[in-house]
Design a binder for this molecule. Sequence first.
Ligand code: FAD
Length: 583
Amino acid sequence: MLEASNVYLPLDAALPSCAGMAQAELAHALGIRYADITSWKFSKLSVDARRKNDVHFTASFVFEVADQEIEEALAGKRTKTKIQVKRHVPYEGYRVGEWLGGDAHPIVVGMGPAGLFAAWALAKSGAAPIVLERGEDVDARMASVNSFKEGGALNPESNVQFGEGGAGTFSDGKLTTNIKNPRCRDVLHIFAQAGAPEEILWEGKPHIGTDKLVNVVKTMREQIIAWGGEVRFGARFEGMEFEDGRIVAVRGSQRQEDGTREKFVLPASDVVLACGHSARDVFDRVRNAGLLMERKPFAVGVRIEHPQKLIDKAQYGNAAGHPALGAADYKMAVHLRNDRSVYTFCMCPGGEVMCSASELGGVVVNGASRHARNGRNANAALLVNVEDRDLRGDDVLAGVKLQRRMETAAYRAAGESYKAPAQRVGDFMASAGKFNRSQSEHRSRLEVEPTYARGVEWVDLNQVLPPFVARSLHAAIPLFNGRIRGFSDPNAVLTGVETRSSSPVRIVRDKATCQALFSQTTDCGLKIADELAGAAAASRTAEGEPIAGGFYPCGEGAGYAGGIMSAAVDGLRVAEAIIASYE
Ligand code: FAD
C-alpha cells in the first residue's frame, strides 16, 4: 500500500458522489492510468483557500495499485508539483502496557477528555480505575443543560462545565491542536472507534460536533466499565491525604438520591486530578493542601457573532456554499501597540453561543456547534491576554478572582437572570467614541440574531468589561476587519463574558512525575518540570511545595492542556506513566 500527499483536488472531486473524479485526479497526478489504482481512501483533506479564485483541496491518499512494478516505481517518488509517494504504514492501534499494580486501583478525578482518556487507558491495561465525576451522566446532564438554557435553574454540579464528558461535551468538538504528539493520532482513532464520524481521521481540521460527542463519551464509559473500571457520578473530590511524601487517600462526598451528600474516604496510591479549569473549589483545596501552584497566562473577552454566510464569502469568495466545503472557519490574532494580544478562539461555524455558567450568580459564554455546522450564525471568542499587572496582589488564584469579578458583573448587567449582556459592534465602538453611530447604522445591512438561548440584555459592554479588555477590543476589531471583510460590521453581536477559555493557574508537577511524563516525547507549549518547578518555586506568584508521589495533576485545569485534543493526550500520557511506575 502507498500513500501520496499534496495532491491538488478540485472541490467537486471531494464530494462522496464524485469518487471516480478523485481517483482520476490521483492517477493523473502520479502519471498512471485510472485502472492501475485498485483501491483508495483519503488520509488527509485540507481546504486551501489562500487564493479566492482557486479554492481547492490538498489531499493525501492511501491507495493500492494492481501491478507490483508500478508500486516499486511509485514508492519514494517526488513529482514537480511536490507530490510525495511513500509506503503506507498502517495504524496499529493504541498500545498500553499490562497492569502490574495488582489491587492498587488508580483513582481518576473528573471525566472530561483528560480524565476520560486516562481512565480509558488505565482500564484497557487492566488497572480497573475508579472514576469520580461530580456531575451527572451525559443523558441526565443534557437534561440539566437544556433546562438551564430554557430558563430553568442552574445546577452548579452538572452543567456545561461539569459532568460526564467534561467541558467539551457541549462544544464544536474541534480536535485541532498546536501540540505535536504521536498520541494525537491515537486520540482520533479512539474517538472514531467510539463512534465519532470517520472523517476525523483524514480531515485537516477534524471536528465531532456536540450531537455526536455525547454518544462517543457514553461509548467510552461503557468500554471503561467493560474492562473492569468503575464510574461514580455525583461523586465529588474534596481533598486528599499524604504520608511520607505519597498520596494515600482521597476524600469526597457522594450525592444521594434525596439530594443529600454522604462523605467517603478512598485509600489511594495513584490519583489523576483532571478536574478542568472551572473547579475553583478544587484549586482552593490544592492550595490549602500546600501543593505548589503558579499563575499561568490566560485570556478573557467576549463572543462575536456574524451570519455564517458572511464568513463563508470572506473565506471562500465565489466558492462559498459549495457542498464539499461546508461552513468556513477563521483564526486570527493581532498584537496591539499597547503590547496586548487579541485573538479569536474556539471558532464555531454554524454554531450557538452557549450558556456556560457553573457558579450561581455568574454569566459565562462559550461556543458550540452540531456536527453539520448548519446554524445561521458563526461565533468565536474574542480574547485579550491577561497580564500580571491586571491582577490584584500576589495571590496565586488572583486570575480566578478576575474571572469571577467579570462573571458577576455580567450577571448583574443583564438583570440577574442568567441572560447574557450583549451589544452590537457599532454601539460598542460608538459609545467609546470609535465609530459614528448614525453612519454605522446606515452602512450595515446585516441582520444578526443572537443565539444565546437564555436571551440577551442589550447593555453597554464598555461598562461591564475591565477597561483593558474593552480598549483592546476597540483597537483589534477594525484590524480583524482587514482580514475578514464585514468582521467589524456595526450589526455584528458581542456577547459577554468569555472567561473560561483556559486555566489561570497551574498545579506544578514534581520533577519525577514530569520526567516520567515527558521523557519520550517533546510537547511544544508544555514546559519540562525541572524548569517549571524551579521557576514556579522562585516566582512571586507561586505558592506551596512540589507535588507528592502518586498524585498526577492532569489536563486543562492543572495547566497542562488547552482544548480537547491536548487534554486527551495528557490523559493518555499520565495513564502510561502510572502503568510504567509498576513495571
Ligand atoms: P474538563 O473537560 O473541564 O473536565 C473536568 C471534569 O472534572 C468535569 O467533568 C468536571 O465535572 C469534573 N470535576 C471537576 N471538579 C471535580 C471534583 N471536585 N470531583 C469530581 N469531578 C470533578 N476545546 C476544543 O478543543 N474544541 C472545542 O471545540 C471546544 N469547544 C468548547 C465549547 C465549550 C462550550 C466549552 C465549555 C469548552 C470548549 N472547549 C473546546 C474546551 C475543552 O472543552 C477543554 O479544553 C477540555 O474539556 C479540557 O479537558 P479536561 O479534561 O482537562 O477538563
